[in-house]
Write a protein that binds this ligand. Structure first.
Ligand code: PLP
Length: 397
């Protein structure tokens, strides 16, 4: 007997991956330049030059046995200390090295955190649209994911959150800048969210964690867009960070979990993180890349290309009659489907060689995700196809 649940997970590709594979096939058939592939969130800008320079220096000047050896299970102390100091200087906190746990990116971070806090049957609340893997990670940790419908502009509906809290809820999991909407939750939303959780605790004694999944923290396009740091709003909070998108290093698998040491039972929670990392076999994130982020922790890839893409695509789509909530960050745009069934809309888009992902898997039917971390040339080439797709709904087919 096998674990049927995992066999199924392995057999059924996510709709994003399915579309990506279709794109590869289609490109081989009609030529790369004729397919407009907006399926994946794979950064298209290179890592900043400091990354290559630092890697070269590390490889040339570090004892290879040490460099390629195991670090502490939770990550090298000096790496964690450097990153904790950086967070403190940026957000005015007092984290120590022992608030951080180095991981293989945000996916591992979220998985470890959920395994650390969940008991069988407990609930995690998130807001739709949400990253589909949250369901997989939550269920694997024995929990149940509840996705609440968002309010206006894809922002959390906090009245609905207040009504949905119950003794089984262990955590609220947020992601801002958001995949797939690109929306950034502003400070007043985070502050009111924290107040709802505090009020729930005061009434019931049930302390709910706030977890923020932040692979897109550095990807915001306007100077006045603030991405609030949840630890400044709520003590029982944890941040799942990743360098996949900020440094364009998704294949290198490096990130961290930061646990707020202002929470009451911080020591136990951090021990739970270490224990979950151990139980999952996620100890000792890649040593070379731990050393790398110690040197380039404050660098970001050149995101001006994404901003240019966002502005060009947003303006063009609106002029063709599409409805889009302006994305302030990440590199995704969530466009309203031109028919009630977003899957049918995404299928029709394929007739124009446009590969966009139906929102259903993100818990938000009626929309489709456009991942615009692509070349500006592809954006230009794709515009007639977006126009033709919109026009096809204006004329009888
Ligand atoms: N969380 C969100 C919201 C994402 O969009 C992604 C990747 O696209 C991840 C987590 C996983 O990121 P990582 O590559 O750091 O594991």
């Amino acid at each position: 007997m096998l674990n049927e649940k995992n066999v199924q997970l392995g057999k059924v590709r996510s709709s994003i991956r399915e579309l990506f594979e279709y794109g590869k096939k289609r490109k081989a058939e009609i030529g790369e330049e004729n397919v407009f592939d907006f399926s994946l969130g794979n950064p298209s800008v290179p890592a900043p030059p400091e990354v290559g320079a630092a890697l070269k220096d590390i490889v040339e000047n570090t004892d290879p046995v040490l460099l390629h050896g195991y670090t502490s299970a939770q990550g090298d102390f000096s790496v964690r200390k450097t990153l904790a100091d950086y967070i403190n200087s940026r957000f005015g906190l007092s984290l120590t090295a022992d608030c951080l746990y180095m991981t293989c990116g945000a996916a591992a971070s979220v998985s470890i955190v959920l395994n650390a806090i969940l008991n069988d049957g407990e609930e995690v609340i998130t807001f739709a649209p949400y990253f589909p893997e949250y369901k997989v990670f939550t269920e694997n940790a024995g929990g149940k994911l509840t996705a609440l419908k968002s309010g206006k502009g894809f922002l959390p509906d906090l009245d609905l959150l207040a009504k949905s809290l119950n003794p089984k809820v262990r955590a609220v999991l947020i992601n801002s800048p958001n995949n797939p909407s690109g929306v950034v939750y502003p400070p007043d939303i985070i502050s009111r969210l924290a107040a709802v959780l505090d009020e729930h605790f005061n009434k019931t004694g049930n302390r709910v964690f706030l977890i923020s999944d932040e692979p897109y923290r550095e990807l915001v396009y306007d100077n006045n867009t603030e991405v609030p740091f949840i630890m400044n709003y709520y003590a029982h909070s944890m941040v799942c960070y990743s360098y996949s998108k900020s440094l364009s290093l998704p294949g290198e698998r490096i990130g961290y979990i930061a646990v707020n040491n202002a929470m009451e039972n911080y020591g136990d929670v951090y021990a739970g993180i270490c224990g979950a990392g151990r139980a999952l076999g996620y100890v000792c994130a890649p040593s070379l890349f731990q050393q790398l982020v110690k040197r380039v922790y404050n660098k970001t890839s050149d995101i001006s290309v994404y901003k240019r893409n966002r502005d060009r695509l947003l303006n063009a789509l609106e002029s063709y009659g599409y409805e889009v909530v302006k994305p302030d960050g990440a590199f995704y745009m969530f466009v309203k489907s031109l028919e009630p069934d977003a899957k049918a809309f995404a299928e029709r888009a394929k007739e124009y060689e446009l590969l966009i992902v139906a929102g259903d898997d993100f818990g938000a039917g009626g929309y489709a995700r456009i991942s615009y971390c692509v070349s500006p040339e592809m954006i230009e080439r794709s515009l007639p196809a977006f126009k033709a797709l919109a026009d096809s709904y204006k004329t009888e087919r």
